[in-house]
Design a binder for this molecule. Structure first.
Ligand code: HEC
Ligand code: HEC
Length: 233
């Protein structure tokens, strides 16, 4: 049989999978590092194949079809009221993915995502959350030029949004609170409405925000969405 260049690659992959299965290490970080190594750069580099090197997170993001809705760069989603994922906080992203998978967060289009991510494992979610926070979108700009004199800018302070989300919308008080700066205007508006109405009630944290939403009416939510979407992330 003619040896194809694929044979050493397959042998290496089978060997490393067997090694992984035999490995008795229980430490979580260790195990994750090994998954990264198996799927990620090291194996690709070892083949010497002419392939674009990518991280385990980047590969999972495509394999699990996340990119079809959220865009290859995580900045240009399929629809204008889908979220921008790039540079979202790791712990927040992780919690949302698990809440969407469990059906805890089922407002808006979350059920459509749930249908696709049924088989994603906890370890894979961690890799994806790291990827979203640290790699996705590279350094590409998100958001625009906020107008500090706009009605939304004033509401953002007076309606206490800054207390939880930070003055700039990207320094939340807790790591599992969202970075909202630069999210799409239509997505922001929909989330505010869903949180206010109680349609999105996936955590104790979200109930905290619901508690202040009586302070803003529909027109003010529109002004807030204009402002927050213009904040650079
Ligand atoms: C079928 C389209 C679709 C697919 C596929 C999809 N998502 Fe989503 N995702 C959405 C939508 C839409 C939302 C917002 C839900 C809503 O309407 O409130 C969302 C929300 C999220 C959020 C929370 C964002 C925030 O700001 O709260 C994260 C994180 C996320 N997706 C990650 C992923 C990852 C990772 C994958 C792949 C494993 C994935 N998604 C696959 C459509 C999708
Ligand atoms: C008491 C803290 C708190 C306050 C005050 C607050 N928020 Fe939030 N907000 C949160 C938390 C926590 C979440 C994420 C909810 C979850 O856990 O899923 C959130 C979610 C959001 C989201 C959706 C983010 C996403 O990626 O899906 C938007 C938009 C938002 N807040 C805007 C605002 C605005 C505008 C105000 C002021 C009117 C405000 N928030 C006030 C805590 C707060």
């Amino acid at each position: 049989m003619k040896r194809t260049p694929k044979t050493p690659f397959l042998a290496l992959l089978i060997l490393s999978l067997a090694w992984l299965a035999a490995c008795s290490c229980n430490d979580r970080e260790d195990r994750l590092a090994k998954i990264r190594g198996t799927h990620g750069e090291s194996v690709l580099a070892a083949t010497g194949a002419d392939v674009i090197q990518e991280s385990a997170g980047a590969r999972l993001f495509r394999e699990k079809t996340c990119n079809t809705c959220h865009g290859d760069d995580g900045i240009h989603p399929l629809l204008p009221d889908y979220p921008i994922l790039a540079r979202q906080g790791r712990d927040y992203a992780l919690r949302q993915m698990k809440d969407i998978q469990s059906g805890n967060r089922a407002s808006g289009y979350a059920p459509q995502m749930q249908a696709v991510i049924k088989d994603v494992t906890e370890d894979e979610f961690i890799i994806l959350a790291d990827f979203i926070a640290n790699e996705l979108g590279g350094g590409a700009p998100i958001g625009g030029q906020p107008d500090p004199e706009s009605p939304g800018a004033k509401l953002f302070k007076t309606k206490t949004c800054t207390a939880c989300h930070g003055k700039d919308g990207k320094t939340p008080i807790l790591p599992d609170y969202p970075r909202i700066a630069g999210l799409p205007r239509e997505y922001i508006l929909r989330q505010m409405r869903d949180i206010k109405s109680g349609a999105r009630a996936n955590s104790m944290a979200v109930l905290g925000m619901q508690g202040v939403m009586h302070l803003v009416d529909d027109e003010q939510m529109t002004q807030l969405a204009d402002y927050v979407s213009s904040l650079p992330k």
